[in-house]
Design a protein around this ligand. Sequence first.
Ligand code: SF4
Length: 439
Amino acid sequence: MKILLVNPNTYRVPPVPPIGIEHVAGAVEEAGHEAEIVDLCFSDSPLGDIDAAVAAFGPDIAGVSVRNIDTVLFQTNEFFLDGIRDIVRHLRERHNLCVIVGGAGVAVDPGGVVEYLGADYGVAGPAEGAINELLDDIARKGVAKRVRYRSYRYDLRCPRKTEKTDYARYLREGGIGGFDTHKGCSSSCVYCIEANTRVSFKPVDDVLAELRSLADRGCSSFHLCDSEFNEDLDHAIEFCGALKRRGPSIDWALYMKPANYNRKLFRAMKDSGVSLITLTVDSWKKCPLYWSDVEKIVFSAKSCGLKIMVDFLCGFPYEDEETLCFYLDLFRRTQPDGVGINTYIRLYRGLPITDIIFRDEALKKNLIGYRGDGGLVMPVFYNQLSSERLSELIAGESIFRIEGLEKGVNYSRRAVPGSAGKTGLPECSAESAGHGEER
Ligand code: SF4
């Protein structure tokens, strides 16, 4: 079969290489199919470029990636699905192609997103692990289910096809490379779609081979696409050691959670080229030990010469201002390089925080964007603390930054004190309500 893979992501602050599509291209070619990629990131005429690719390649089927539904942040929110729906419709109606959608944005609400886009099929979970089965079923006309769910599994070796991505252009326009060491997260944050997802680690040698191939293509700076790097302390330390000994020399940035750390990890990260850590912190019902971990991580990172920023999600139901002030004081004391604060919580179907809010009529008054029909594909936020009030509380201190007031990402702001935010990372991690970011 010939499959045309379309990257419809034209978000360029910064531009994000289509890593998910590179994996899917590798997977289908391994199975003997042919793949062609149409990357619309820098396109002046997306539908025209699709027409040209269809004419030249003659695909049997099309795949469209959905990296994110929207930018996740409230103030500068951009909703992406309408543009993607136009592309799906064009492929189906103009070219009579069956369209499969996949990517982190689909996993957020598989049924809702596939329906909204009008696609024929959707894959929730890593499409590289499901695409060949789905293609076989379609060829046999045996597909019953519109949405196929797939867990992460790295026993399936999947080479990543990077040759068709114009990395020179991405790098020129401010993008950087992306890679992952594992999928899934064992934590249980109530606001995050990654919570309690199956964790599988990629063989370290495979990751190093990917990095070497991207280094050959000019990438020297990377952002890790793992939800949080320190899912497993031993694995994180082992990876850093292997990268230092056998990998290319790179500069990289990563996310971590307040768990699974020690001094050895921070030293290993520093030795392997890590230049920026973004620590994911939230204020939902945490015990004192959690805050103690936050402090220790900030101190350890700084003492090892690592820059560390915090993405802080707060303003949860039943939380008062006094509690928030306590946390702000903690950050004033520990002095990370920056704290991006988000008080607008993006709600998704099936999340515990969504259920908590929808069960309480008083809380529902704080919903923004809700139309009363249960739909959460279009952005709905919970907010009980306005940006204006937050501005008063942080009193113009340079360490703090209100998330969402401007576009950008931590790695492109790293030289700017008091900046943080997780918008626009290399494609491969799931969209998350939790961090107030688009990963
Ligand atoms: S917010 Fe981070 S630590 Fe929490 S579940 Fe999501 S990915 Fe895991």
